[in-house]
Design a binder for this molecule. Structure first.
Ligand SMILES: Nc1ncnc2c1ncn2[C@@H]1O[C@H](COP(=O)(O)OP(=O)(O)O)[C@@H](O)[C@H]1O
Ligand SMILES: [Mg+2]
Length: 351
């Protein structure tokens, strides 16, 4: 197949997306596909059609060695670089290797739907519902078997000018310890764990500096896990153990900072509960092909879902690839399955 692996973009997770994109592109090439690795934010020099040659070096050529100036790209006001959409239109399917922002929140997916471009992963609606943690929380609350930490929504409009009284209200509503995080962010960017009263105001300021909406929710003390869903079925549970602190940006991406164990060393019953919850989340949010839900399990064995990821990291060392490997699915095969599962959604007439 002719595949565009689309990565980069302008979100704070741009760098992570470039790693995902490069590794997925190589995997799909090894699977025999004609693959163009495309940074959504950069202009394609020359004819987009020339990206689809079978020479790997040429395919990769337009990802430049130097990082682009994101502010300059944002000022340009256009999401796509020159030729990017043309390249996507030429492909049989676009592998969406974007993380965060418009690439993951359903905007890109909606644009592709309108243009008739096929893409991997969930629909525009599924992405949009999952991306906003306040929306996902409301949707999940009534679903049997899936608990999410109690909390409240923070709005920049209410915060600005009333900082102290707003913080006091949040303190009364949620209580300490709590977690404050941007509503739609990812990769733990802007996430704070607040254990002391005087940490709350800076935490709210930080989260609301990324987005006009944030979440303040109960801090759940316990062990952290994640469960991928592939083709409607749960993969083995993975445990995440940061060597210090919580699972923040550095612990997520700097090698050696976090130990990951898959399958997690927990009772079968707890593992089944999280797997069932991950599939419920996937179904309830209307997700497709693959997704990954994050959990914390308390000492008493209660499992709280933190969020659902519609475009989880896809480097060989990311969580879903590790979970797939635990059931004998290698990285290349996993990328191929995602392509096939994603093509299936276009064959269905009920969606
Ligand atoms: N309610 C919570 N209780 C305990 N830890 C939390 C809570 N919410 C978030 N965290 C920590 O912050 C990390 C990032 O939060 P998460 O909701 O998964 O957002 P994202 O991964 O999209 O940035 C989690 O992996 C976890 O370590
Ligand atoms: Mg997460």
């Amino acid at each position: 197949m002719k595949i565009v692996v689309l990565c980069g973009g302008m979100s704070p997770e741009r760098d992570v997306s470039l790693s995902t994109g490069a590794q997925v592109a190589n995997a799909l090439r090894r699977k025999g596909h004609l693959v163009a690795l495309v940074d959504s934010a950069l202009d394609i020099p020359g004819e987009p059609a020339s990206l689809f040659t079978d020479k790997v070096s040429e395919n990769s050529a337009h990802i430049s060695d130097t990082a682009p100036d994101i502010d300059e790209l944002l000022q340009r006001g256009e999401y796509f670089g020159k030729g990017v959409l043309e390249a996507c239109r030429m492909a049989d399917i676009v592998f969406t290797a974007m993380h965060g922002g418009a690439g993951e929140d359903g905007t890109l997916q909606a644009a592709f739907d309108l243009m008739g471009v096929r893409y991997t992963g969930s629909s525009a609606k599924g992405c949009a519902l999952s991306m906003d943690k306040t929306v996902a929380k409301r949707l999940m609350a009534p679903v049997k078997g899936v608990m999410m930490p109690e909390g409240t929504t923070l709005l920049r409009g209410d915060f600005d000018g009333n900082e102290l009284s707003y913080a006091k209200k949040v303190l009364e509503l949620v209580g300490l310890p709590m977690v404050v995080k941007p509503a739609c962010g990812g990769s733990s960017v802007g996430v704070s764990i607040v254990t002391e009263e005087d940490q709350l105001l800076p935490a709210m300021e930080l989260a609301l500096s990324y987005e006009p909406k944030a979440v303040a929710e109960r801090y759940v003390k316990g062990r952290e896990f994640s469960v991928g869903v592939l083709g409607g079925r749960a993969l083995p549970v993975i445990e995440i153990i940061p060597k210090t602190g919580f699972y923040d940006y550095k612990n997520k991406y700097q090698s050696g900072c976090t130990v990951e164990i898959c399958p997690a060393d927990i009772p079968e019953e707890a593992s089944e509960r999280m797997k069932t919850a991950a599939v419920l989340v996937h179904e309830e949010l209307g997700l497709a092909a693959y997704s990954r839900t994050d959990f914390i399990m308390t000492e008493a064995g209660e499992c709280y879902a933190l969020e659902a990821n519609t475009l989880p990291g896809m480097t060989a060392m990311s969580l879903i690839p590790q979970e797939a490997a635990a059931v004998g699915i290698g990285f290349d095969e996993l990328c191929q399955i995602i392509i096939e599962e994603s093509m299936n959604k276009y064959d269905r007439t009920d969606s």
